[in-house]
Design a protein around this ligand. Structure first.
Ligand SMILES: Cc1cc2nc3c(=O)[nH]c(=O)nc-3n(C[C@H](O)[C@H](O)[C@H](O)COP(=O)(O)OP(=O)(O)OC[C@H]3O[C@@H](n4cnc5c(N)ncnc54)[C@H](O)[C@@H]3O)c2cc1C
Ligand code: SF4
Ligand code: SF4
Length: 391
């Protein structure tokens, strides 16, 4: 990070207002004064709730607090700083999916865990093993919303039943770091953070910028490969319910495998929706995201394996390797080399390259889009909310 002091003012203008904000909620989690609130339902964006300053300023920031900017995985040189903090070097151009020591295909051996999992159940197997061996006392995950059918909300789980209940993928956005408050209130000290690529990069920023409280408390970060999430009203209420006539309460499972696939009803009817029809429902926070492969997680996981039921797994850090080896040695997972599925690796690199082009040229120090063919340019600035001083 730059030496000049930065605060919510800079974070707001450089990340939120420019449309680079993913809504990951790292700033909300880290703010020690509860200045930053979060809209879970529509914008998935942070905003200033502190009553004495303008929407783009912070009274504690004026006095020197810079913690929100240090937590943010989209502020200034976040990507290189996190690469260096975690791996000791910046990534090379031929590493579009980030730096990894091992690429594997993994699946849980326990039938209940495998069946609950979206792909091979690795994420759930890691969480259960971590909880049952005392490596963690809780995990920040995503649960089903109690009020919006099929929607995802942040949650804390502390046992096997909780992990299995919250396994599988929901395709709306769940800012899992927000569950840190609940975990802290419950006195939990060692946590796993499960999250989309954008949330997994918190693993890098807390280490790069010495947010030691969270660097210590988050014992392992498990990333989910991700090219986008969808808006609830567009994808679920609009497309599934209104266009396709699928009652949301009847849906058993949703997956993305080249198509958006929905299983629903008593006879488990399968409906395949072409991906091109879903693009218009992309959540705005995803449109500038350059990170497909959860590049700063300890372990990144995805469903690109061409045979069903294996989690494509990138082990990135030493502690990620220790966790995976522990799980394997306990007989809780089967592990195959990733090279056995070259199509999955090709697809991962292709999708990672496509996502990297979303990061605006201006943020790379390039003059314009022409300097990087196919690369996005900085979006039009969003308006600053008209919030008068509330002193
Ligand atoms: C929105 C989304 C988009 C994805 N896109 C891709 C993709 O394009 N390509 C790809 O290869 N893989 C993608 N994945 C990852 C994939 O779906 C699986 O999560 C991954 O392979 C791990 O499978 P598993 O069986 O090991 O995990 P499981 O054992 O099923 O555990 C999954 C974990 O994810 C958490 N979770 C579920 N939904 C959400 C959510 N919305 N936000 C945050 N956490 C959540 C659960 O709480 C659980 O802890 C995506 C996942 C999500 C949630
Ligand atoms: S990207 Fe995350 S940390 Fe940065 S401003 Fe947005 S919500 Fe906050
Ligand atoms: S594409 Fe995925 S990782 Fe990127 S901002 Fe959207 S949810 Fe986060």
């Amino acid at each position: 990070m730059d030496d000049a002091k930065t605060q919510w003012h800079e974070l707001f203008h450089e990340v939120v207002q420019t449309g680079l904000c993913t809504g990951c909620a790292a700033c909300v989690m880290a703010c020690p004064r509860d200045v930053i609130g979060y809209d879970h339902a529509v914008t998935y964006q942070p905003f200033n709730v502190e009553p004495t300053t303008l929407a783009d300023n912070c009274v504690f920031g004026e006095k020197g607090c810079d913690i929100c900017t240090r937590a943010c995985p989209r502020f200034r040189d976040w990507e290189t700083a996190s690469d260096v903090a975690l791996f000791g070097r910046a990534r090379n151009a031929d590493e579009p999916a980030g730096i990894a020591s091992h690429v594997l295909l993994v699946r849980a051996t326990d039938t209940e865990t495998f069946d609950a999992g979206q792909d091979g159940g690795l994420v759930s197997a890691l969480l259960i093993w971590g909880l049952e061996t005392g490596r963690i006392d809780g995990a920040l995950v995503s649960d089903f919303s109690p009020v919006r059918t099929l929607d995802a909300v942040p949650a804390v789980v502390t046992d096997r039943a909780g992990v299995l209940r919250t396994a599988g993928s929901r395709y709306t956005y769940s800012a899992n770091p927000l569950a840190m408050r609940e975990a802290e209130a419950a006195g939990l000290k060692n946590l796993a953070l499960v999250g989309m690529s954008c949330q997994a990069s918190i693993n890098g920023t807390v280490q790069a910028n010495r947010l030691n409280k969270y660097a210590k408390r988050i014992a392992i970060t498990i990333g989910l490969l991700c090219s986008k999430t969808f808006t609830y009203d567009g994808m679920y209420e609009g497309m599934l319910e209104s266009e396709y006539g699928i009652p949301l309460e009847s849906v058993h499972k949703v997956n993305i495998k080249g198509k958006f696939i929905v299983w629903h009803g008593d006879d488990d009817t399968r409906v395949d929706i072409p991906l091109k029809d879903t693009h218009k429902h992309t959540r705005p926070g995803c449109t500038t995201c350059p990170d497909f492969a959860a590049e700063h997680a300890d372990i990144s996981t995805g469903g690109l394996g061409q045979g069903d039921g294996w989690t494509l797994t990138l082990v990135r850090t030493q502690r990620g390797l220790e966790w995976l080896e522990g799980l394997r040695d306990a007989g809780l997972v089967e592990v195959r080399p990733g090279e056995e599925d070259p199509a999955a690796l090709n697809l991962m690199n292709k999708l990672a390259l496509a996502s990297r082009k979303r990061w605006p040229a201006q943020r790379l120090g390039l003059d314009d889009g022409a300097a990087a063919p196919g690369r996005a340019t900085l979006p039009t600035l969003l308006p600053i909310p008209e919030v008068p001083p509330r002193a």
